[in-house]
Design a protein around this ligand. Structure first.
Ligand SMILES: [Zn+2]
Length: 112
């Protein structure tokens, strides 16, 4: 196995860059996010609709934040890992997606 991590998807709970797809065409990976410890196909198995999934991940994220952004894996996190930056980046991207879906694009604020 190569030790180079490939960024395939973001963890839907914590935004960590995963080297696998959490779910692929309705099949869970059964993998665990090294960062927040959620297991796809286990912790989110009762989710049915997109809304359910969102809620599971949002709840998980909340618990993870409350727990102090703990790194889950026994292996050390990548160099320079910063959970707050990671989360911020992930959530601001998600906001943008929701924003473009729901409302007027001209309202999107530009940074700076
Ligand atoms: Zn995660």
């Amino acid at each position: 196995m190569s030790r180079v991590r490939k960024h395939v998807a973001d963890c839907p709970a914590c935004g960590y860059e995963l080297s696998f797809l959490p779910w692929d065409e309705g099949c869970p990976s059964d993998e665990i996010c090294s960062c927040c410890g959620i297991q796809f196909g286990y912790d989110d198995i009762y989710a049915d609709t997109e809304e359910d999934f969102k809620k599971v991940y949002a709840d998980w994220r909340c618990e993870w934040i409350k727990g102090g952004y703990k790194w889950f894996s026994p292996n050390p996190p990548p160099a320079g890992w910063n959970p707050e930056t990671q989360l911020h980046k992930y959530l601001s991207n998600e906001d943008k997606v929701l924003h473009t879906r729901n409302t007027n694009i001209s309202h999107i604020k530009k940074d700076n």
